[in-house]
Design a protein around this ligand. Structure first.
Ligand code: CA
Ligand code: CA
Length: 388
């Protein structure tokens, strides 16, 4: 029998307390003054995503090889989740994102809906992103299980290779829709092909079916291709961050090729240009025309050459760092920095970046406004950034 555990019960559990303490100074000498100090809270192997269960202090962490763990950030108690899918681990693939419904903000950890994304193997050495939905149940402070996990969406088609899944998940602030970033799997041209969901953002109902009012629903009816009805925007390369601002606008950050990382305001039906337009160029030096006004493609709100190689993005809404309210924070993999971006209307500009001298994979904002950062790779540190 599954018992509902309150957070106070979690806090009282004394086992498996994580080591906490001040980490080594993480800021390079050339960086601007930082508004935060950093605490190392735990380590994980190849973490890919971190997300708080709404209404709790419990942070969930996916590990790319296929594990889902959690840490009660109030007590330091850590736990593991059973009932996970088999993932196609390798390259950029494995267990991906984890997401919860904002309306399910109970202080009780179990009994809530959980969404996961992962790389799923197909026939003939192919793979594709999959999204599953289940119910989280917890019968001990350190053990939860996903009950009834069912695949509700798959990238179409599955292809060879192990890159550019994207598979970032984002629930709209009103709790009605699930947005899935679907990478172009390093195949480039499918991003412009609206008969596939590679290189797209799709907008789904919470059960994974295409949401009513999607911009290509009529085209899907005419062609008889149901996946076209899932598409919200297209011409994307490899999106690794999606976040909502206070106005209810969706932003995404994606990898360019050699140069041309992009921050985009996501609009329904818009074509973001890949691989026809990029402010970067192909790795072999072949030119790709830059984004230009009037060329028919949505231009980025900001772009980076050299690249920042984004791992994740949040838009800060807490009170702990008043100067960062409304700013995007981007975790840099290649740039090994936390990048601070301010918005002005529909454009954006980098304000500053703080060097961490480690690849940064994922970000979350804590209930108290602290900023949580997961580094990348084996033995990656989970850091809590608090105001000085
Ligand atoms: Ca673009
Ligand atoms: Ca170019």
């Amino acid at each position: 029998m599954l018992a509902a555990l309150s957070l106070s019960a979690l806090a009282l559990a004394s086992c498996a307390k994580a080591e906490t303490g001040e980490s080594e100074p993480i800021v390079a000498g050339t960086g601007p003054a930082t508004p935060f100090t950093s605490q190392e809270v735990a380590t994980f192997d190849e973490p890919w995503a971190i997300a708080f269960a709404p209404g709790t202090n419990v942070l969930f962490v996916t590990e790319k090889a296929g594990a889902l763990k959690f840490i009660d950030t109030a007590s330091g108690t850590t736990g593991t989740v059973n009932g996970l899918p088999q993932v196609a681990y390798g390259g950029q693939g494995g267990l991906g994102d984890v997401a919860f419904l904002p309306g399910e903000a109970s202080a009780t950890l179990g009994g809530r809906t959980i969404y996961l994304s992962w790389a799923e193997a197909g026939e003939n050495d192919t793979r594709g992103a999959a999204v599953g939905k289940g119910r989280l149940e917890c019968d001990a402070p350190t053990a939860c299980t996903i009950e009834g996990l069912a695949v509700i969406w798959r990238q179409t088609p599955k292809v060879t290779g192990r890159g550019h899944y994207s598979h970032r998940l984002s629930i709209s602030p009103d709790g009605r829709y699930l947005y899935v970033a679907s990478g172009e799997r390093q195949k480039m041209t499918p991003a412009q092909d609206t008969s596939t969901t590679l290189g797209k953002i799709v907008r789904l109902n919470l059960d994974g079916t295409p949401a009513a009012g999607n911009p290509m629903a009529e085209m899907a009816r005419q062609t008889g291709n149901p996946v076209t009805a899932e598409i919200w925007s297209y011409g994307h390369r490899n999106i690794l961050g999606m976040a909502w601002d206070a106005q209810g606008r969706l932003w995404e950050v994606e990898h360019g090729p050699a140069g041309g990382d992009e921050l985009n305001l996501v609009k329904p039906g818009a074509n973001y240009g890949w691989p026809i337009r990029s402010n970067g160029d192909h790795y072999n030096g072949d030119a790709i025309p830059d984004h230009a006004e009037g060329d028919g493609f949505a231009r980025p709100a900001a772009s980076w050459t050299p690249v920042i190689a984004p791992g994740d993005m949040l838009i800060y809404s807490g009170s702990m760092f008043a100067d960062l309210q409304g700013h995007a924070l981007i975790a840099g993999l290649g740039s090994m920095a936390l990048v601070d971006v301010a918005f002005e209307g529909e454009s954006a500009r980098e304000v500053t970046r703080w060097s961490f001298e480690r690849r940064l994979r994922s970000l979350a904002q804590g209930p108290d406004g602290a900023i949580w950062v997961a580094e990348d790779g084996k033995g990656a540190r989970l850091l809590k950034l608090i105001a000085r």
